[in-house]
Design a protein around this ligand. Structure first.
Ligand code: PAF
Length: 283
């Protein structure tokens, strides 16, 4: 695996490879098996696979969250090399934002960034759109791989690609879970033992919601689930909602959407966990 930190050098290398399909996986590092699943799928579907590791400062609301974000470059690059990724792009902030971090990009996100995560993390998706757009502009991949765990994130990126008519196919890879159902996330390493022990409650709540589709009223189900998610010591759910997978708007009646997703965000002590499950998709 070749490692680049310079935009110019990466682009020259990719140009020298001629007409090949490129799969691209943007990450912020702290890689786990969820990321590796994205790499493996890209390797299967493309001639070349490029992964990036860049802890993007513009998508963090709190400086303390940015500072605390795990940085494990050596372990990450070993994992990528083992997975047989062709190129790792690990740029500096200056390389990504040579003109400063203020974004001039205008994308019509159709309000997809306003609810759920957007309501709790103002400006977060603006930063994600800014960095993914910049990275796509650098790598110019055939396919972009993103995880289903960040449901709102990939929906927003899909909208950006559509709105800006970008020539890249977005591939969404299902959530990877630990044996007990906990969605794999770079943040899990920050959970204390006691908090990690209770984390499967999130997956259990999502599965339970799936069993209740069409049975219990949505408002009642969400209310009960919020109470259950707040029971373990130090657990504070921010939201548990049933949404339409296209608009990300809350659904009031089961019959109101044919693409239903349960989404949740829960504070487990100092760590914020998000998860989701497709409840119904008929189209
Ligand atoms: O999901 C992430 O890790 C980040 O939001 C992404 C897509 C790499 C952009 O910084």
């Amino acid at each position: 695996m070749k490692i680049f930190s310079s935009v110019k050098e990466l682009q020259t290398e990719l140009k020298n490879q001629g007409k090949k399909t490129i799969g691209f996986i943007p990450t912020m590092g702290a890689l786990h098996s969820g990321h590796i699943a994205l790499m493996k799928q890209s390797i299967k579907e493309n001639d070349l696979t490029v992964a990036s590791i860049f802890v993007n400062p513009t998508q963090f609301n709190a400086k303390s969250d940015l500072d605390k974000y795990p940085r494990t470059m050596k372990a990450d690059s070993d994992k990528l090399a083992k997975a047989k990724v062709d190129y790792l792009f690990a740029p500096t902030v200056k390389e990504i934002y040579p003109g400063g971090t203020k974004s001039k990009l205008k994308v019509n996100l159709k309000g997809l960034d306003e609810q759920l995560e957007g309501a709790f993390r103002p400006g977060h998706f603006e930063g994600v759109v800014q960095v993914v757009h910049r990275l796509l502009d650098i790598v110019k991949p055939t396919r972009l791989y993103m995880g289903q765990k960040d449901f709102q994130q990939f929906t927003i990126i899909a909208q950006m690609i559509k709105n800006l008519r970008m020539k890249v196919a977005l591939v969404v890879v299902p959530i990877q879970r630990a044996k007990d159902g906990v969605a794999l996330s770079s943040r899990n390493v920050r959970l204390t033992k006691a908090k990690r022990k209770w984390a499967p409650i999130i997956y259990k709540s999502l599965k339970s919601a799936k069993r209740q589709v069409g049975k219990k009223p949505i408002a009642e189900l969400c209310e009960e689930t919020m109470i259950a998610l707040g029971k373990p010591r130090g657990y504070k759910p921010e939201y548990f909602s049933i949404i339409d997978g296209y608009t990300l708007k809350e659904v009031k009646e089961w019959k109101d959407s044919d693409y239903l997703i349960a989404v949740t965000a829960v504070w487990a002590g100092e760590v914020r966990l998000i998860d989701n499950m497709i409840l119904k998709q008929t189209k």
